[in-house]
Design a protein around this ligand. Structure first.
Ligand code: HEC
Length: 440
């Protein structure tokens, strides 16, 4: 993938060459369809046949003994003891933390639950969470996440002990890691290995080009501890190219690769979460799968350059639903040729409530590329499509973000105040579509 976060320049060009801000699209959000309830399930689901394989596939990577997640789901007794919490979190779609709506499209390495799986879990709990017979087990489901081959491991240069601001438990910290590869390679998969798993909540990894390294090194040097505060995410560094997010990591689909030129560095943003007075030090490593050839992915940056300046994206204090939308034909990115869309990475901060990305055909039909019914800044990650989605030169892209700046959606109970586009305590509205050329 080419730099994804170079919104300032590329979106400014896109806006100058035919971007326009119209009325919000009249098409409904797929997640707003009337709730028809959960599908019927077999009443005889048991832990050993139905639930254990599902929990192992969709929950255990984060809910094993060493993990940050508060509950351990390794045994029947552990899950049965937490059944009321599990029921609530699954019904409410808080868990697993997969933000993309299942009604939008099919995803690759999807660790969300389908409605049928939610129904099975909830139906099992409602039936008294029967254990069944340990001699009669269900088939294991294919694992999600993890890289198939580790060609390079790099580690944070020194340990860091999380130190959230007073009165809070969360901290976002960035670290600059060396990239010891002297030729141009493609990253075709990435998986993190958290050092102190009990404090590492989430992370995002990007490569950064030489143009940003000096600025990042200055930020790092200005802070006496390892790394530096980066609560606005990677959006402030124009050459940052996301290589992955989420603790699960994994191979990219379909042999896709992201070019990392020699001289690049790796920017690792970790969201630490801890309420301990004496948290452990963390020194996280990253495992990469590398190839010299791959299907190179590029990125379309979706956003309106007009939002970046002045009051372009003004969200008044107290307003509970303020929307921004933008549609354009991304000819500059695609060279006016058909392309295959491969995945999408959303980027907003804490005040955002929902987002959607659609492809619009000239005949008025739409294709859902991403819908996030309830945004959570803490769980930002790329979403790859299960199959590539063909995008023709005459098609348009549509992005819509909505923000909640009411009193009920303020960090740490602050008073609402007006904000606009910006880092940290401001917000953003952007998405990065990765694509490959059909006829390279
Ligand atoms: C990507 C990591 C990840 C995955 C996958 C995951 N969880 Fe969690 N879970 C967490 C973290 C971290 C927390 C702590 C609360 C937080 O930070 O949001 C949590 C908290 C919870 C809680 C307690 C808090 C609440 O919101 O009710 C429940 C219950 C839960 N998870 C159930 C599940 C179940 C069931 C699955 C699988 C179907 C699952 N989780 C999959 C990371 C994960």
């Amino acid at each position: 993938m080419r730099p994804l976060l170079a919104l300032t320049t590329s979106a400014a060009l896109a806006a100058a060459l035919g971007g326009c801000k119209g009325e919000p699209l009249d098409a409904p959000w797929c997640g707003d369809a009337p709730d028809t309830g959960l599908p019927p399930t077999s009443e005889s689901a048991t832990w050993w046949v139905d639930i254990q394989p599902l929990v192992e596939q969709k929950c255990l990577r984060c809910h094993d003994e060493d993990a940050h997640a508060p509950l351990t789901f390794e045994t029947y007794d552990q899950v049965a003891a937490a059944q009321a919490l599990v029921r609530d979190a699954v019904l409410d779609r808080r868990m697993p933390p997969w933000l993309a709506a299942e009604c939008c499209t099919d995803w690759f390495a999807d660790f969300g639950l389908t409605d049928a799986e939610r129904a099975t879990l909830i139906g099992w709990i409602d039936a008294g969470a029967p254990e069944g017979d340990p001699a009669v087990t269900g088939d294991a489901l294919p694992p999600i996440g993890g890289v198939s081959r580790v060609d390079l491991s790099i580690m944070m240069p020194e340990p860091y002990t999380p130190d959230p601001p007073d009165g809070t438990i969360d901290e976002n910290r960035c670290f600059l890691l060396d990239w010891p590869v002297e030729e141009e390679v493609r990253v075709t998969g990435m998986a993190p290995r958290p050092g102190a798993r009990e404090v590492v909540h989430h992370l995002i990894v990007a490569s950064v080009g030489a143009a940003d390294v000096a600025a990042i090194e200055r930020r790092d040097a200005d802070d006496e501890d390892a790394g530096f505060d980066c609560s606005g995410g990677l959006g402030e560094f124009p050459t940052a190219t996301p290589l992955g997010g989420s603790l699960l990591g994994g191979d990219y689909p379909r042999g896709i690769g992201s070019v990392v030129p020699p001289g690049s560095r790796i920017l690792l943003q970790i969201h630490y979460s801890t309420s301990s007075d004496d948290p452990p030090a963390d020194q996280t490593s990253l495992d990469f799968r590398l190839d010299t050839t791959a299907v190179d992915a590029s990125a379309i940056v979706i956003g309106n350059a007009a939002w970046l300046v002045g009051e372009g994206m003004r969200v008044p204090a107290g307003e509970a639903d303020v929307g921004f939308w933008y549609q354009f034909q991304p000819l500059l990115f695609t060279g006016g040729k058909p392309v295959d869309l491969q995945g999408v990475t959303p980027h907003m901060h804490r005040y955002a409530s929902r987002m959607r990305v659609l492809a619009l055909k000239p005949d008025g039909s739409t294709t859902c590329l991403l819908e996030i019914p309830e945004w959570e800044f803490g769980w930002e990650q790329p979403y790859w499509f299960a199959e590539p989605i063909r995008f023709e030169p005459e098609d348009k892209l549509y992005l819509e973000c909505r923000f909640d700046n009411s009193a009920s959606n303020q960090p740490d109970g602050q008073e609402p105040r007006e904000f606009a586009w910006g880092d940290n305590d401001q917000d953003m509205c952007a998405a990065f579509l990765s694509f490959t050329h059909v006829d390279p």
